[in-house]
Design a protein around this ligand. Sequence first.
Ligand code: SAM
Length: 485
Amino acid sequence: MAASKFVAAASLTHCRPFTCAAASADAASPYGSRLAPHPPDLIKWVKREGGFVHQAVKISRDATGFGLFASQPIPKGSQLIALPDHIPLKFASGGDGAAPSVLANLARHVPEELWAMKLGLKLLQERAQFGSFWWPYISNLPEAYSVPIFFPGEDIKNLQYAPLLHQVNKRCRFLLEFEQLVKHVLDGVETSSSDHPFGGQAVDASSLGWAMSAVSSRAFRLHGGGSHGDIDIPMMLPLIDMCNHSFNPNARIVQEQGGNDDMLINVVAETAIEEDDPLVINYGCLNNDLFLLDYGFVVPSNPYDCIELRFDGALLDAASTAAGVSSPSFSSPAPWQKEILSQLKLDGEAPVLKVTIGGQEPVEGRLLAAVRVMLTSDREMVEKHDLSTLMSLSSDSDAPLGTATEVAALRTVLALCVIALGHFPTKMMEDELLLKKGVSSATSELAIQFRIQKKALIIDAMRDLTKRVQLLLSKSKDMASPPQE
Ligand SMILES: C[S@@+](CC[C@H](N)C(=O)[O-])C[C@H]1O[C@@H](n2cnc3c(N)ncnc32)[C@H](O)[C@@H]1O
């Protein structure tokens, strides 16, 4: 109706549009552009609002966009940043202490695993509102994110790794469905009404995706404090979220209970920091799937990266046969073997069939134990060991069920690795050549880096397992041959 269109147009003058401010694309760092072309100084804002920022902390451009750096040496243990309770952006934060009902209603439809979307709704609301307390912070947020939900379809395919493709598709589907739901709910709210959470603006999958990515790449889950007790509350921490990630951090977040049940959030120097060093914190011991999905980057040689496989009798029979086992029986375990598989949660009620290769161990303990147990008929020998021994690959020459079984088990896992590598349409050398020649976009580069890292970790696991097999074989040969005179 014309009348309501007029109202909508009028009300939009009171809200900030979701279309981004024109910011120049930055070739060195395509994700460096911010929502506002010239956002206010975040350090000054935090100080003005009662926070503390160490005099040597500065914000500078780097390859990731921006980061925090030390402008002079900082001694270990120094307080770097402190944020009082009213600065973090939380879902329930707002004038009256409770989320407005339309927003709360929308948030109820967000599944727990996509918690970032819930806080994202609050972020969008504050982004839309002229005069928002958090605008100095929000205007400093990146305009775009390098997470795979924004990859062109070709680069999603270029990831070549089914578990991640599944997650990306799930998130994209959710955003498209949620867009419809938001539209439906907002249809029932007058655009000029103060109940409208986005100042009368329509919200589409793209702005929802922007908000979800802003939160997933920058929010921290910290103790709520006060009435929230020990519950982890996701919150966006202005300025603190300018710290980039490292598994060797020189800073960390520490929470402190202030007066009136308020929570003070501090960043403290964990080591002495040299002049010009970046201030880095550990985002968590995550695999590259999560780093890419939530943060839009890949950690090279990530010690927590792994590949997922499904524990499947037919797949394991094929791997075992390829490894030279004459008649493997993964598809038809004996009752006593089935019992152990159930204890490993690989059979029985509500099994967890996802197993991993790589990461902290070359092969997940549950998979190793299952393969060992399935490749022996010696029930008595198996029953001499507890589950943790069967799951462990502690020393190079451990063979709890005997050398022959151990060699067959490790070769079966090696064959699984070969099968997993075969699922990637390109070889690692081809990928490396592509990167060397130069690819056309940052998203293609990220997708190729991601799949190179997956292949590299499989190859590392294969090297480790091969070494173990060789050691076992040489040890058993030594024992078989009589000592030389
Ligand atoms: C919490 S923000 C850190 C500040 C961010 N660099 C900026 O420009 O606003 C997290 C984002 O920084 C980038 N980032 C952080 N650590 C990184 C790292 N080790 N390697 C590459 N990118 C990183 C990623 O884009 C990530 O989503």
